[in-house]
Write a protein that binds this ligand. Structure first.
Ligand code: HEM
Ligand SMILES: [Cu+2]
Length: 540
């Protein structure tokens, strides 16, 4: 158990380090967007920075945090060490090696391809190989957790697995299915091409494979946050989980619905027949359902907590919640931001309205509410709860930890609101030139991008608070006895027997069928086209 905690702490350390570098990059971008004259401001620096920020935040911080959280919660909830501790460390090492390779390529200016790495933009092979190693590391991690679960299962054939582990296993399954796409893109397209073994690459195929991976990727980020909402939040807030079985259903549904939706990122792409886009849009509408159930269950659990703390009226339970606790505040505020983000997401996913917001600042407004807040702010809150237990020290700089979520909330509200508005006015994202190549509306956008940059400053300050608290805790926190990671109990008591939601086999089968339904025909059709491909471009 101690060993698992050390492994988890190592993962969180790398994740938080990546977060710190990425937050600094973000500050430069936000200022650059507002046309502030920074001395080092060049197009090359801008794209280097946006690539570093996107990769380190969305791919490295998230993955390492999730791996660490997975190790800590699994070994604690199942009350046993990892099945293969050495494999756990190997996974960590491989992912770290990959991160170092990719980060080197980005920071040395050899990979200004943004975190979506769409060809024909071309990066140094170290970038692609590095990211592939991160995925390979995560596969080893997932395999180890599954092996740990199986060992536990052999000893407990009829007991439902604790909900936290159920959610993590669903996360791993979603991830295994999803990464088939990006692995194919890397191994068959990007790596041979960047090594010079092939001259041309098919950008349309690459986008299809990327987004096959890219949407379930967001559920790889989100499900561990949901695990925290279901199993940690109610306990810390002083309540119980309203319904364990609803939670199990939600995670099972994500297994089947996460993947067959990728074309909703490609509504504007040529070469994909409209009926397939419509099918993916239809599936996307369904995937809102488990998130609505989550909102219901988590809010009901919070009401239970508020009532146990003495609330009697219709809504006064909200005020009774411990809003000063860093974990509770982080999660509640992340949920509020997520509610707005989810609303915007429904707009993105609507075939017609997507054309209004596609590739505009709206999109960055949207995903900073979802992955940038629902996930990242929940993870920061989780850090306040988990890291002291992993290193056996008390949380340091508690005041900063209390203020930090609110600062993030205000900063993000400003940042994201302004980006949604300028996006609707047509302001493109990922553009270096603050004059937008003479776009007539550029003057109109200036005030709003200024407010957005101010929001970015607050976000950066909030990120710095988080880093200070983490550093302070690990280096100078007062030593404590090691305690258990206590998870929420269900209101109806522990689940008595395994139901269909506890058996992963059928869900995986349905998921594979859904993937084939959604992708087999368009993929085969695409491969039958005459494909010329493109040579690579390295603009910087
Ligand atoms: C410190 C707080 C943050 C600030 C101030 C910030 C700001 C920004 C800005 C200004 C951009 C560039 C938009 C453009 O010019 O196109 C950006 C892009 C992005 N951010 Fe953040 N961000 C923050 C936190 C996060 C977090 C926590 C995540 C995810 C975990 C995240 C994920 C991304 C991604 C994926 C991109 C897209 C990069 C691309 O277009 O390739 N950001 N952010
Ligand atoms: Cu999506």
């Amino acid at each position: 158990m101690i060993a698992a905690r050390r492994l988890a702490a190592a993962h969180l350390g790398v994740g938080v380090g990546a977060f710190g570098i990425a937050a600094f990059m973000a500050l430069m971008q936000a200022l650059s967007r507002a046309n502030l004259d920074l001395p080092w401001r060049t197009a090359r620096m801008y794209y280097l920075s946006v690539t570093a920020h996107g990769v380190l935040m969305a791919l490295v911080f998230t993955t390492f945090f999730i791996m660490g959280l997975g190790v800590a919660l699994t070994s604690s909830a199942l009350n046993r060490p990892l099945r293969f501790p050495a494999l756990g460390w190997t996974a960590f090492g491989v992912a770290l090696l990959g991160t170092v390779g990719a980060a080197w390529a980005i920071l040395w200016g050899k990979a200004t391809v943004l975190y979506t790495f769409y060809p024909p933009l071309e990066a140094h092979p170290a970038f692609y190989i590095g990211l592939t190693l991160v995925v390979v590391g995560s596969w080893l991690w997932g395999g180890d957790l599954i092996a740990t679960y199986r060992a536990w299962r052999r000893e407990h054939p009829d007991t439902p697995v604790p909900l936290a582990v159920h959610g993590l296993l669903a996360t791993i399954i979603v991830w295994f299915i999803a990464t088939v796409g990006v692995a194919a893109e890397m191994l068959f397209q990007l790596i041979p091409w960047s090594l010079g073994l092939t001259e041309r690459i098919d950008p349309m195929l690459a986008r299809m494979l990327f987004w096959y991976f890219g949407h379930p990727l967001v559920y790889f980020w989100l499900l561990p946050a949901y695990v925290v909402w279901y199993t940690v939040l109610p306990r810390v807030a002083g309540g119980k989980l309203f319904s364990d079985s609803l939670g199990r259903m939600v995670f099972a549904l994500f297994i089947i619905l996460s993947t067959p939706v990728g074309f909703h990122h490609q509504f504007m792409d040529p070469g994909i027949p409209a009926e397939w886009k419509a099918f993916h849009a239809f599936n996307t509408a369904w995937i809102l359902f488990p998130s609505f159930v989550t909102a219901f269950t988590v809010l009901a659990s919070l009401e239970v907590a508020g009532r146990r703390r003495g609330a009697t009226g219709l809504f006064d339970w909200l005020g009774k919640l411990p809003w000063g606790d860093p974990l509770v505040a982080s999660v509640l505020l992340s949920m509020l931001l997520f509610a707005v983000g989810g609303f915007g997401g429904a707009i993105n996913a609507s075939f017609g309205m997507n054309s209004m917001v596609h590739n505009t600042a709206w999109i960055q407004g949207h995903f900073h509410l979802t992955v940038g807040s629902a996930v990242a702010l929940t993870f920061m809150g989780t850090g306040y709860w988990l890291v002291p237990k992993l290193v056996n020290r008390q949380l340091e700089l508690v005041l900063l930890a209390r203020v930090q979520p609110y600062l993030w909330f205000v900063g993000m509200a400003l940042f994201s609101f302004t980006n949604h508005v300028t996006g609707l006015q047509g302001m493109p994202r990922r553009v270096f030139d603050p004059g937008y190549l003479g776009a007539p509306a550029a003057d109109q956008w200036r005030a709003l991008t200024g407010i957005s940059a101010f929001g970015g400053l607050l976000l950066f300050a909030s990120a710095a608070f988080f880093l200070l608290v983490m550093l302070g805790t690990v280096l100078a926190g007062r030593r404590t006895e090691s305690g258990p990671l206590e998870l929420a109990e269900a209101l109806e008591g522990p689940p008595a027997k395994r139901t269909v939601f506890d058996r992963f086999g059928p869900w995986v089968t349905v998921a594979v069928v859904m993937v084939l339904l959604a992708y087999a025909v368009p993929l085969v059709q695409h491969l039958q086209l005459v494909r010329f491909g493109s040579t690579g471009f390295k603009p910087y």
